[in-house]
Design a binder for this molecule. Structure first.
Ligand code: BDR
Ligand code: CA
Length: 316
């Protein structure tokens, strides 16, 4: 089994990612750390607790983290996720509490206490907690097995500005810290997640499971798909964050390349853009030799991906 820390801002698609991980025996979730993103921190933390209750996994520690991005003011996404961040889930307020302390400390302590290479980090929201942990305790970097995160978009463009995807746009400075950390990185951008669209047939199959988790999933996704359908004319809901977990479970469902990726921190129109050197142009026309610092995914076997989630939901 692989031990993971999920850093998250639930979020309906974060929720499906968490349930996918909970329903996959190959993964052991050490903790859910929360960050401000889709909605403010108190709500993302409450939502993480609700999901643990739904899955009967209140043994998993939930630790609240950063209340705002490193430099910029917080931008939230209630238009996408609803006021609670988890609209449509039908979940009541949680009855459990987060563990005391700050997620940044928890991440550092957890990684430092384990043998090198134990933990894989799965950030599903703005990278504020991960960057803060790296700045505060750089010795965690070589101890992290790898980081697989949802964020960015290159060929597909952005979903928050024409150039920037939400998670990177909210905290581009944190993304820069992670991108330049030297840790093994895999980026799951919109180029992939916009090909991971729910279908009615799949939702009907999930509904037929009839379990509380399945009901909640269908309710959440019915709510979630409205935004991208209305706004971008997509059919179905893009399951962004579950792609991170699916990649850990079945990397063969995805295609990509190792590239240099830079985060735009100063562009007037491009703040938070993930500038991917897909074609390996660095160094050819007078550029410097920029290292391939990140695996960038671009393709997905959507049928295999949705089957994976279905099977995990069956196990919950
Ligand atoms: C990302 O932004 C959030 O709204 C989703 O949860 C996902 O992590 C997609 O751009
Ligand atoms: Ca998210």
């Amino acid at each position: 089994t692989r031990r993971i820390i999920i850093d998250t801002d639930p979020g309906q698609d974060d929720a499906i990612a968490i349930l996918l991980a909970m329903g996959s025996p190959e993964l052991e979730i050490a903790g859910l750390t929360t960050v401000a993103g889709n909605v403010p921190l108190d709500l993302t933390t409450a939502n993480a607790l609700k999901l643990c209750e739904l899955a009967g996994r209140t043994d998993i520690p939930v630790v609240a983290g950063s209340i705002r991005p490193l430099v910029r003011p917080l931008v939230t996404a209630e238009a996408v996720h609803g006021k609670t961040g988890l609209d449509g889930s039908g979940l009541p307020d949680p009855t459990t509490r987060p563990v005391p302390g700050h997620a940044v400390d928890w991440i550092i302590d957890t990684i430092m206490a384990a043998p090198e290479g134990t933990y894989t980090l799965c950030p599903l929201g703005p990278l504020t907690n991960i960057a803060s942990a790296l700045v505060r305790e750089p010795r965690i970097a070589p101890r992290i097995r790898e980081i697989v995160f949802m964020g960015g978009g290159f060929f597909e463009g952005g979903n928050t500005t024409p150039a920037a995807e939400f998670n990177i746009y909210v905290d581009p400075h944190a993304a820069h810290v992670v991108m330049t950390s030297g840790i093994k990185l895999t980026m799951v951008p919109l180029d992939v997640t916009h090909k991971a669209l729910t279908t009615r047939a799949w939702l009907d199959r999930v509904a037929a499971l009839g379990t509380p988790a399945a009901k909640s999933v269908v309710g959440m996704l019915d709510f979630f798909e409205r935004f991208d359908m209305d706004r971008y004319g997509m059919t179905g809901a893009p399951l962004h964050d579950p792609c991170v977990i699916a990649y850990l479970l079945k990397p063969e469902l995805f295609g990509g390349r190792d590239c240099h990726v830079a985060i735009e921190l100063s562009g007037e129109h491009t703040l938070g853009m993930t500038v991917v050197d897909w074609w390996g142009m660095a160094g050819k026309w007078g550029g410097t030799d920029r290292p391939k610092n990140c695996r960038v995914l671009r393709d997905i076997d959507a049928a295999g991906f949705f089957e994976l989630i279905y099977q995990a939901l069956q196990r919950l």
